[in-house]
Design a protein around this ligand. Sequence first.
Ligand SMILES: [Zn+2]
Length: 100
Amino acid sequence: MTTSYKKAKNLDEAWKIQTFPKGKPNAWIQWKGTEVCMDVYCICGEQFHIDADFAYSVKCLKCGRSYACNGHIELIELEEEPENVVTDIDQASEILIDEF
Ligand SMILES: [Zn+2]
């Protein structure tokens, strides 16, 4: 039986078939043990909330399915820069050094 979404045997296989949005703005998240809050929408219709460290995979307790969490996220370009925008501090200091 085929599904309209991706299925993999394990995390290694899931890593190989993850969507990598080449040619489009994107970012990849490495959890690094930091806590994440995640709203999960399972294919069975269940919705649940995760507050956890190292959330490389999640499991739905209603249907028993587990999912690998693809760390690639869509980036949407903003015409108006928000006040709390985050930058690469290391890159910014290199740019300042290059100016002198
Ligand atoms: Zn489920």
